[in-house]
Design a protein. Structure first.
Length: 258
């Protein structure tokens, strides 16, 4: 960690452009670079909370809740509102998020890292995008949370990774884009599956219409988002072939591969 005179000086040193806002708050948005910067006041790598839902009605940054207003409601912490507006850019407008650790009492800051935003029951967390720990999220959860852009349409060679079993290394951006197209609904039956606890999003699985093992491509023209029931049926059910044909008929982005 390196010491800086102010948080503004630290943010400017890492390329932030915009209003850093209240120096006691740790989340701010850079509209020029479409990026949100979020700080965690801790050296502990296991701590990842940047906005707690309980902070909404706290007095300033203290643990003490504010008193009720005369009408019986609680005033909302203005810093919470500003921070939540920044998070909305990540959740709704595909802004990237970069996180850093700092120690306020020592005015020290770490190098920023590219992160994914995770919404949990207690608030919003940031985790290093290169993290592989299942304590935070499973592999496909990561695709739900990364910033989405349309992947290149060229079919890059699909790599294999040998662990205890052999699986294909897939393009997370293909997974993310297809899930975004599905808008939380199964692209075969149209149902809305259960909401997954770790991401707050509908649980969809990405299916290759022509299997990778059969030479299918890992592209958006060969993948669909399915609920778990349809995904299992299309792999193991007696109607698997006709269900794949139904997908070709229903989804215009699909291209039949020989």
């Amino acid at each position: 960690m390196k010491k800086y005179r102010t948080r503004k000086a630290f943010l400017e040193s890492i390329g932030f452009i915009g209003d850093s806002g209240n120096s006691t708050w740790s989340v701010c948005v850079d509209h020029v670079n479409k990026c949100v910067f979020a700080g965690i006041d801790s050296r502990n790598d296991n701590q990842s909370l940047i906005i707690g839902k309980a902070w909404k009605y706290r007095k300033g940054t203290s643990e003490k809740p504010v008193e009720k207003k005369k009408d019986g409601t609680y005033p909302i912490n203005g810093n919470y509102t500003k921070a939540k507006q920044c998070i909305d850019y990540v959740e709704n407008d595909n802004y990237k998020i970069r996180a850093y650790r700092f120690i306020k009492s020592e005015a020290k800051y770490s190098e920023p890292f590219e992160a994914v935003l995770i919404k949990k029951h207690d608030g919003w967390h940031v985790v290093n995008i290169n993290c592989t720990s299942s304590d935070f999220f499973e592999w496909e959860d990561k695709a739900d949370l990364i910033n989405v852009y349309e992947p290149k349409k060229n079919n890059l060679p699909v790599k294999k990774i040998t662990e205890v079993i052999e699986r294909y290394e897939r393009d997370l951006h293909v997974v993310a884009f297809v899930k975004k197209c599905a808008q939380g609904k199964c692209e075969l039956c149209g149902c809305t599956p259960f909401i997954k606890y770790s991401t707050g999003k509908a649980y969809l699985e990405v299916h290759h219409v022509k299997n990778l093992a059969d030479g299918g491509s890992d592209t958006i023209t060969n993948t669909v988002a399915l609920c778990p029931n349809c995904h299992k049926e299309i792999h193991f059910g007696i109607n698997a072939s006709s269900l794949n044909e139904e997908l070709y008929a229903k989804i215009s982005r699909l291209v039949r591969e020989e």
